[in-house]
Design a protein. Structure first.
Length: 498
C-alpha cells in the first residue's frame, strides 16, 4: 500500500508468517470459499500491513475447469459492497494485457450493483492496446459471490472478455481514497503481484482429456496415425457446455454498414499478411482453426461473417424478407470493404452446403448456387489474389447431442454409438464444386472431411473432442484441434505460398 503522505511500513513478516499466509490462501475455507480445484491457480499475496479496507491480501486468477476463468480477490480487512465506489476512487480491479501488446487491453472491476444479490457486479473496460485509451465499458452478465466480508469471487468465460487462446499478463489493483491517510487525488494504491505482472495462459480447454496425446483431430491424422485408449470414453466439452458456448472471440473493428469485422491472429504491426474469413455461421466456426494457422504464419485475420448469409450472388432463402434483403446488401458491401482495405490479399470462404436459395421456375437450385458463388467471387477486388474455399463440414441430427449424453451415462464410446452414415451426414457442397471447376489459380479448395468421417461414417466425437455444439456448428474445442492440419493443407495448395 502506498500513499503520497506516508511511507509503507517496513517488512515485519517472518518466514513462518509468510508460510501461514500461503497456507491460508491455499485452504479453500479460508481463501474465500475457493473450490479444491482452485488450488491449481498460483496465489499471489502481500506481506505488508493493511491501512485501508481494500488493501490486498491475496489474488488468484486463471483457468481451472474446462474453459472458465476464476478470479478470487481477498483483502486484509472486511468491507461492504458499498465500499466500492469508483467515482470516489475506491476500486478493486484486474488489469489485463495481451502477450504482444504494449499497453493494457482491458480492466476488470467490481462495481456496486443494486440488482445483484451480493450488491456487486462485474464491469469490463475495453482499452486500446496501442495507446491505452478507453474504448468502451460493458457490464458483464455474471454473478459475483462474497464467501466472506473480505473476499469476492467470480467465474466467467474468456469469451465475455473476448480473450482468445493465448498468453496474457495481469495485475490486481486496489485503490482507496479518504480524507485521512489516503487523500485525493491519488489516494492509496496496492498492487499484486507487488512488481511486474503475472502470466496467464488461456486455452480452448484445460480439461484433462484435452491435454492427452491424440486429442481431437490428431486421432484421424492419416500421415501420423495416433490412437490413445484413454480417450475412448472422453467427451470434451460436454454437450451441455457446448450448447451455450460462443464462437472463438475476436477483437471488434469499426463497422461499415452491415459489414461488422473483427480481427484475430497476430497484431497488424507484426503481421506478414492480412487474410479475411468470409461467409455465414459455418465460416465463423472455422475461426478457431484459422487462429492457429494465423499465429503460425504470422497472419492478421479479419472475420466478416453473417449468420445465414453466404458470400454469394444467389438470393438466400431467408425469412423474414428484411433479413433476405440485408443478406443481399451485405454481399454488395463486403467487396466494397475489401476494396477499401487492399492489404487483404487472401480470403477464406465457407458456406453451409444445405442452405436454400431462391430459384426461378425451371432452374436447378444446385446450378443457381454454383453460379451465385462464382459470380460473388469474381466481384471481389483485384487486391484479393487468392480465394480459398474450405469445404463445408458434415452435419449431425437433432438427436445427436442427446445420443452423446446417453453414451456418456452408459460409459460407451459416444463417437461410435452416435455416428451417422457418411452419405447422410456429408452432402455435396456447391461452393467446393464451384472452386474445383474454376479455371483459375485464384480459386483453391481445402477439404478437411477426413478428420470428421471415415469412408463409411461421420463421428460426433473425434479423439475425445465433441465435434458439434448443435446440429451443424463445430465446437471451438474440436475446431482448434483442426488448426495444425488446416495449416498443412494450406501449405500444400498448388500455386499458394505462405
Amino acid at each position: 500500500m502506498t500513499s503520497l503522505l506516508r511511507t509503507p511500513h517496513p517488512l515485519r513478516w517472518s518466514l513462518s508468517a509468510l508460510a501461514v499466509i500461503a497456507l491460508l490462501l491455499a485452504a479453500p475455507s479460508l481463501s474465500g470459499g475457493a473450490p479444491a480445484s482452485s488450488s491449481g491457480l498460483q496465489p499471489y499475496y502481500d506481506g505488508t500491513d493493511a491501512k485501508t479496507p481494500l488493501d490486498l491480501f491475496g489474488v488468484r486468477f486463471g483457468q481451472i475447469a474446462s474453459t472458465d476463468l476464476t478470479l478470487i480477490i481477498r483483502t486484509r480487512e472486511p468491507w461492504e459492497a458499498s465500499t466500492i465506489n469508483p467515482r470516489f476512487g475506491r476500486s478493486l480491479c484486474v488489469i489485463l494485457r495481451g502477450d504482444e501488446q504494449q499497453h493494457a487491453s482491458g480492466r476488470l472491476c467490481a462495481f456496486p450493483s443494486k440488482s445483484a444479490k451480493t450488491g456487486l457486479g462485474l464491469r469490463y473496460t475495453v482499452l486500446d492496446p496501442a495507446t491505452g485509451a478507453q474504448r468502451g465499458i460493458r457490464d458483464l452478465s455474471t454473478t459475483v459471490s462474497r464467501p466472506n466480508k473480505q473476499t469476492f469471487r467470480v467465474t466467467l468465460t474468456p469469451a465475455l472478455l473476448r480473450l482468445k487462446p493465448d498468453t496474457y499478463h495481469w495485475r490486481a489493483r486496489s485503490q482507496y481514497r479518504d480524507d485521512g491517510a489516503c487523500p485525493p487525488p491519488n489516494g492509496c494504491e496496492d498492487l499484486l503481484p507487488d512488481s511486474g505482472e503475472a502470466a496467464m495462459q488461456v486455452s480452448v480447454s484445460v480439461a484433462p482429456a484435452a491435454r492427452q496425446r491424440c486429442f481431437g483431430a490428431a486421432s484421424r491424422d492419416v500421415r501420423h496415425p495416433c490412437r490413445n485408449p484413454r480417450l475412448a470414453l472422453a467427451v470434451e466439452p460436454t454437450p451441455d457446455h457446448a450448447e451455450v458456448a460462443p464462437n472463438l472471440p475476436c477483437t471488434p473493428l469499426k463497422a461499415t454498414g452491415l459489414v461488422i469485422p473483427c480481427e484475430f491472429g497476430v497484431p497488424e504491426a507484426k503481421a506478414t499478411r492480412t487474410v479475411a474469413l468470409l461467409g455465414d455461421s459455418h465460416a465463423a466456426h472455422w475461426r478457431a482453426a484459422l487462429e492457429y494457422v494465423a499465429k503460425d504464419l504470422k497472419w492478421r485475420g479479419v472475420s466478416i461473417t453473417r449468420s445465414g448469409c453466404p458470400l454469394s450472388h444467389a438470393t438466400a432463402r431467408l425469412e423474414p424478407e428484411s433479413r433476405q434483403a440485408q443478406c443481399t446488401r451485405w454481399n454488395v458491401e463486403v467487396p466494397n470493404w475489401l476494396a477499401a482495405h487492399p492489404t487483404v490479399s487472401t480470403v477464406f470462404v465457407v458456406a453451409h452446403y444445405d442452405a436454400g436459395v431462391v430459384a426461378a421456375p425451371g432452374q436447378q437450385e444446385w446450378l443457381v448456387k454454383l453460379d451465385g458463388y462464382a459470380s460473388a467471387w469474381k466481384a471481389l477486388p483485384k487486391s484479393v489474389k487468392r480465394v480459398i474455399v474450405i469445404r463445408d463440414t458434415p452435419k449431425s441430427t437433432i438427436d445427436t447431442l442427446n445420443c452423446v449424453r446417453a453414451a456418456i451415462d452408459k460409459r460407451k464410446s459416444a463417437g461410435d454409438a452416435c455416428a451417422l452414415p457418411r452419405a447422410e451426414a456429408l452432402g455435396p457442397d456447391p461452393a467446393a464444386a464451384a472452386a474445383s471447376r474454376a479455371a483459375s489459380q485464384r480459386y483453391l479448395m481445402v477439404d478437411m472431411s477426413s478428420f470428421f468421417c471415415s469412408s463409411a461414417r461421420c463421428f460426433p466425437v473425434v479423439g475425445g473432442a465433441l465435434v458439434y455444439k448443435d446440429i451443424s456448428h463445430l465446437t471451438d474445442v474440436f475446431s482448434s484441434t483442426l488448426g495444425p492440419y488446416l495449416l498443412r493443407k494450406i501449405r500444400a495448395l498448388n500455386g499458394y505460398r505462405t
